[in-house]
Design a protein around this ligand. Structure first.
Ligand code: NAD
Ligand code: DAU
Length: 338
């Protein structure tokens, strides 16, 4: 099988390529990635010489590149996106361009090339926010209510994917997944930001009161969920994918990380809140469990430690990431140097 992976140089895309080639060594992967600030070919050193893997630098909004790359492809796994909520607040336009227009360009090319399966990787943020201290969860029937430019652009892309299924008969599936963590995550995101700041002897910025809740999933479990949808998923369907079964606040997570790294709570610094900050996410993943037999295999405490160890052992990787464009972003976002 020939797969086109978009955004394969990012966090989840690169974990997916490494996972896929390990578990499906006869398949061929073409990775189309524009190498924005979030794309990093260092994530893929392990496979760069593999004859079943190739990389093409290109933008998913560029139809001439996309049409060329789509030739002979059986399956598309679409990760490419602008993915950071805070950046969508300071600069929304690129989010609409990449996430909405880019998805439509890919869908058009997939229809033309009669692709057999187009899988769209989406987020639980399209459903909006849940209240604290409730048992409410997002599921496949939750009404869309995106509240940031990022989640609104991802919601737009989800609607386009469904429209191409109904209108043009493109064989599509969608996963709406919760917060991922693990190796190769950009240090702009909470968990790697906390770990790398602590490794550098710096404070960890916590937004607002820190009582916001996310549903955390180890990245390999997300890769396995996408694999499961390819193997057993029903075309035209959407599957919600999540991790934790009980709520944990950002503050508790940051305290846990500090504890595991031998630091005190004085390393935590409360900073100004994210505008429109979604209070709580939680995912009901019953459908993918019951219909396809998927469940997360990696528990949070063990794999948080694994993630901390990875950042300790791969300091060159994140120091390189933090030394570039990240410096300006951090100053703008936190009003201080990284
Ligand atoms: P990321 O920001 O780490 O990586 C995005 C990748 O897309 C980068 O390699 C970047 O270079 C590439 N890219 C960006 N614009 C592009 C363009 N115009 N053309 C081609 N490539 C482009 O993102 P991630 O965290 O790996 O997320 C991947 C996907 O999963 C996204 O669609 C995101 O919405 C979704 N998702 C992420 C999470 C999470 O917790 N990170 C959870 C659920 C869903
Ligand atoms: O829910 C899935 C989403 O998870 C994905 O769709 C997004 O691509 C991904 O970035 C992630 O979004 P979040 O906004 O939830 O992730 P982030 O790591 O930016 O923030 C996690 C929580 O931590 C959130 O409540 C904001 C808070 N936070 C974040 C940063 C960067 C802080 O308190 N301080 C920080 O410095």
């Amino acid at each position: 099988m020939k797969l086109l992976v978009t955004g394969g140089a990012g966090f989840i895309g690169s974990n997916f390529i490494l996972y896929w080639l390990k578990n499906h060594p006869d398949d061929t992967i073409v990775n189309l990635d524009a190498l924005t600030y979030a794309g990093n070919l260092e994530n893929l050193v392990e496979v760069e010489k593999n004859p079943h893997y190739s990389f093409i630098k290109g933008d998913i909004t560029d139809s001439s590149i996309v049409e060329k790359v789509m030739q002979g492809v059986d399956t598309v796994v679409h990760f490419a996106a602008e993915s950071h909520v805070d950046r969508s607040i300071s600069g929304p336009a690129i989010f609409v361009r990449t996430n909405v227009l880019g998805t439509q360009v890919l869908l058009d090319a997939a229809v033309k090339q009669k692709v057999k399966h187009f899988h769209h990787v989406s987020t639980d943020e399209v459903f909006g926010a849940l209240k604290l201290n409730t048992t409410e969860k997002f599921s496949e029937t939750t009404i869309y209510d995106p509240r940031s430019p990022y989640s609104a652009s991802k919601a737009g892309s989800d609607h386009l994917v469904r429209a191409y299924y109904h209108t043009y008969g493109l064989p599509t599936t969608i996963t709406n997944c919760s917060n991922n963590y693990g190796p190769f995550q950009h240090p702009e995101k909470l968990i790697p930001l906390a770990i790398t700041n602590l490794l550098e002897g710096k404070k960890v910025p916590v937004y607002g009161d820190g009582l916001y809740v996310r549903d955390w999933l180890y990245v390999e479990d997300h890769c396995r969920a996408i694999e499961t949808v390819f193997q057993k998923g029903k075309i035209g369907e959407t599957y919600c994918v999540g991790g934790l079964t009980s709520d944990i606040s950002n503050l508790e997570i940051v305290k846990k990380i500090a504890g595991l790294m031998g630091k005190t709570e004085s390393t935590i610094e409360f900073v100004k809140d994210r505008p429109g900050h979604d209070r709580r996410y939680a995912i009901d993943w019953t459908k993918i469990q019951k219909e396809l037999g998927w469940a997360p295999l990696h528990d949070f405490d063990t794999y948080l430690q694994t993630t901390i160890n990875w950042y300790k052992e791969n300091q060159e990787w994140w120091k390189h990431v933090k030394s570039g464009e990240y410096q300006n972003y951090y100053k703008m976002q936190y009003n201080t140097s990284p």
